[in-house]
Each structure stands twice: as structure tokens, then as C-alpha cells.
Write a protein that binds this ligand. Sequence first.
Ligand SMILES: [Zn+2]
Length: 320
Amino acid sequence: MNNEHMPVSKKSIPWDIVSCPICLARVVHQDNAIVCSNPVCRKTYPVVDEIPVLINEESSVFSFDDFAANKTTYFQKRGWLVEWINRNVPSISHNLVARQNYKRLAELALEGNTSARILVIGGSIIGQGFEILSENSALELVETDVSFGPRVTMICDAHDLPFVDGSFDVVIAQAVLEHVVDPFRCVSEFYRVLRDDGLIYAETPFMQQVHGGKYDFMRFTYRGHRRLFRNFEEIQAGITGGPGMSLAWSWQYFLRSYAKSARAQMYLTLLGRFTGFYLKYFDYFFKHTQAAYDAASGFYFMGRKSKIVLSDRDLVRYYS
Ligand SMILES: [Zn+2]
């Protein structure tokens, strides 16, 4: 597509790899909308505040109307008190690995290359430890989400990515796959848009209570998470948060289960944070034990796109 005819965007959109999320044909810009160039499809996609909304409405839980007038979808606007609590009261969560994992991922992505193009799924707000990637000028980040946010370049749904095959060197999905209705389909999309030998990095919860309200669908054991990425060769995998963090979450959610109103729920959440935040520090002591994998808060997987599929028999054998 011709860049001269593209809208001036706050973020740079990589039009050379953007395609129709329904038929994967190239798209063109017409009257502040994006239109599929395939004469059979000809689907029109809206542009809201210079952000293209490239979702397949037929199969997404979101519709174009959800994004019209810059409405909130996944990330709801919160009151000042809730914001204050989130900033000032110690958190019950602690990611043990994100920072060093992103450092390794950047090194691998730039091995033998001067630059790398990274697709970030769920990237409307900055993820934990993510600064190490966002501050590296050799990495081109395409930050997408199903929600508007300070960092989002375009709205896309991971079930139907609007990119041509083999577009990216790396795909990142940090704390995303629990919020999609079909994580297996999303991972097959990650596989499709990655170049041969491209890198995947995902962090997904296991022992975490419902968060994200109505957009929370899935949890994975360590083995279940490995199977999700069976088309990838493992580079590194493990725990993101251990049993201490799981216990802190359970304690907080146990307390707030008593609440009969939103206000009571907020106070009990606050009580849970004040009385349970320290539990996460236990994770430093048992993050390497086998048993910790049976009770971990979440797992990560770093891998490389492969033509070899991990069989279910090998999965059980290797991960026993
Ligand atoms: Zn199309």
C-alpha cells in the first residue's frame, strides 16, 4: 500500500505488513477508513483518533461500535481512590523473571541482526519489565490491543491478526492469553505472523483468581502452557510468580468474597493487600523447587518457531 495515502498517525504503523483481518489481502486508505483491496471482501475498517480498528467483527467478542468515540473496553476507567490505592498500597503481585527474560529476548532477536520487528499483543499499557525493550531503538515495536491506551498503535484481536504471514521477528503476549476465548487459535496466529525461526514470548497465569471482569476465560498448568506452544522449540520456560503470590491472591480474594457492595469489596481488597503483600517474597526461596510448579501463580514460555511439533507423548514424558 502507498504510504503517501495513509493518515498521519501519532504512532508509526507498519503499513507494509498490514492486511485485512478477514481475508489477509492488502488494505487501502479511503476517507478516513481502511478498506480491504480484495474485490470479493471489500470490508471497511474504522479509524478512531488516528488508530485503525482492524478486527474481524464476525468472530470477535468486540464490535466496531465498542471502539467508536474512543470508548473503554478491557481497561475500564477507575475512580481516583482505586487509582490511589493501586499506586500507594503494596502489591500482592511480583514478577520474578520479566526483566531478565526481556533482556534475553532482545539479545536473541538482535543476534546477527541490526534491528528486529516485534508484535506486542495486549500492549496498550506498558507490561512489567518491558522498559528494556521500549528503550532499545534497534527494536521496532508494533503495540496492539483490544483497548485504547497510551501505547496502542492499532486495535487488533489476536484471533484474527491483520498482518501478512512471516511479518515479525518476535511476538510477545504478556498476561494476555487468559483473556482470549480461544488461546489455541491466537497462538496459531502468532505462529503465522512470525518469520521462520521467529521468537515467541508469553506469560500466562495459572493460580490466579478472575481479573479483567467479563474478559477472563482461561488458565494453564505448566504442561498445558507448553502444549499451547507445541509448534515452537523451547528456549526457556518457568515460573513468573510462585506459590507465595498465589497465596496472596487467594487471601485477598477470600476476604473480598465477603463483600456485598462494590465499596465493601474495595475496602476488603485494600485489607487483603495490606495483610498479604509480603507473601510474594517467599517466592524467592522456592521458585526453583518442583513442587512450586504445582502451585505457581503463572508461567512463561520463550521459544522459537519450529517445523517440528512436540507430540503429546513427548510432552508427558519430557515434563514429568
Ligand atoms: Zn478482506
